[in-house]
Design a protein around this ligand. Structure first.
Ligand SMILES: [Zn+2]
Length: 102
């Protein structure tokens, strides 16, 4: 038999008891709602998605720029901008990731 702290009042009670004798809080809840380990994966997932988008924009811009440069003098500028935008986003996102992880 182990003693556990009541979730409501903090009084130590038997883990076999159905409810806390002090406040009546059901003990069954304690086993299910243990203080969960909060992972940072939830917050970093959108960041990874954005990094992927930035990477894609950078590659698309590079490919578009190199293939359009010879044909269209004006068309290359937009692709180059997209490439630079992707690169800048990647750098910023890397910085944000570094900032969050310390
Ligand atoms: Zn209690």
């Amino acid at each position: 038999m182990a003693m556990i702290a009541c979730a409501e009042c903090g009084k130590s009670i038997s883990d076999r008891a159905d409810a806390c004798p002090q406040c009546g809080c059901p003990v069954g809840n304690l086993h299910r709602d243990l203080p969960g380990v909060q992972t940072t994966q939830k917050t970093s997932k959108p960041l990874k998605f954005l990094m992927l988008l930035a990477l894609l924009a950078m590659f698309a811009g590079c490919i578009g720029y190199s293939s359009n440069r010879s044909d269209h003098e004006l068309g290359g500028g937009g692709w180059l901008l997209l490439c630079l935008f992707g690169f800048a986003s990647l750098v910023i996102l890397q910085f944000v990731r570094w900032w969050h992880h310390g």
